[in-house]
Design a protein. Structure first.
Length: 301
């Protein structure tokens, strides 16, 4: 199948590993990604300043996706997915704003039309399917335990129509189990990463990051797995900064689900961008390799 894809800003400017890993794993699951004709903003950065402009930019992304002639649009970034989904809801529910936005789009030769919007998690879980992923696994991650962090914006607010249940999200956990790994639940699972405060109140942001990392470090897990570039920034890139803020030492491998999936599909680590992660992901890679070597010896292969 083919799907249009909108990368947003952060993935293309700092979280390259997310793009790399998606481009590696989706073709192995029978999916061809089709990039939009432009790299544009979803509108989120100006939402608190000019709500109409933000909704226009979100609708413009949908209009650009329509030019591909495809039925599906993949939006891997939680923040972009939220903003574009809000814009789509405005286009459905407010004829006055919808009319103004459509007029502006026509001025540049664009036409707004509905398209199915997916995030990485529900695209893999609901569209491709757990069974298809299980069949594609080459190196099961047997013996690996992970904690999951879904992020705030793909599960709230429920009226917007989100990726998973707001109180008990399970899709990311089920996708991990499809690789042969296990997930461990914990009380702080739904706590925020802190990214939304990083510019205005950096100490408060890093305090939230550190508190969650403290909780994860107490668990019998080998990694924290995320699916959001903002969350990855906080838990991976800023893990050392969070240490200073909360007075703790962390050594927690943090990676995108698509990177973990790539390892199970036997994709080279560098092609998944693991060399770009700043947390100690080599610990997890070594443990996965060790378990797989043991499994081969036991099976006599």
């Amino acid at each position: 199948m083919k799907t249009a894809v909108f990368w947003g800003c952060r993935i293309l400017t700092s979280q390259y590993a997310y793009e790399l890993s998606l481009r590696e794993v989706l073709p192995k699951l029978g999916v061809e990604l089709v990039d939009l004709s432009e790299s544009v903003c979803c509108g989120d950065p100006i939402k608190s300043v000019n709500d109409f402009a933000a909704n226009y930019l979100g609708a413009r992304v949908i209009a650009l996706a329509g030019l591909t002639g495809l039925e599906n649009l993949l939006v891997p970034c939680n923040r972009c997915h939220f903003t574009i989904s809000e814009s789509r809801n405005i286009m459905k529910s407010d004829p006055r704003i919808s009319g103004k936005i459509k007029d502006l789009l026509r001025e540049e030769g664009l036409q707004y039309s509905e398209i199915k919007i997916w995030h990485t998690i529900d695209f893999l879980h609901d569209c491709i399917g757990i069974e298809q992923i299980k069949k594609a696994v080459i190196k099961p991650l047997t013996g690996i335990k992970v904690a999951t962090h879904v992020g705030c914006q793909i599960i709230r607010y429920s009226d917007l129509g989100r990726v998973d249940n707001a109180e008990n999200p399970r899709k990311l956990d089920e996708l991990i189990c499809a690789l042969g790994a296990e997930t461990v639940d914990y009380e702080e699972k739904l706590d925020c990463c802190g990214y939304s405060l990083i510019l205005s109140h950096p100490d408060s942001a890093l305090s939230l990051t550190g508190s969650k990392l403290k909780a994860v470090q107490k668990l019998p897990v080998d990694s924290l797995v995320v699916s959001c570039p903002d969350c990855q920034t906080m838990f991976d890139s800023k893990q050392k900064d969070a240490e200073t803020t909360v007075g703790a030492k962390f050594s927690i491998p943090v990676m995108y689900y698509t990177q973990l999936l790539g390892l199970a599909l036997n994709v080279d680590e560098n092609r998944l961008g693991l060399n770009m992660n700043q947390s100690p992901v080599d610990q997890l890679s070594a443990k996965i390799a060790s378990h797989q070597n043991i499994s081969r010896r036991l099976s006599g292969t």
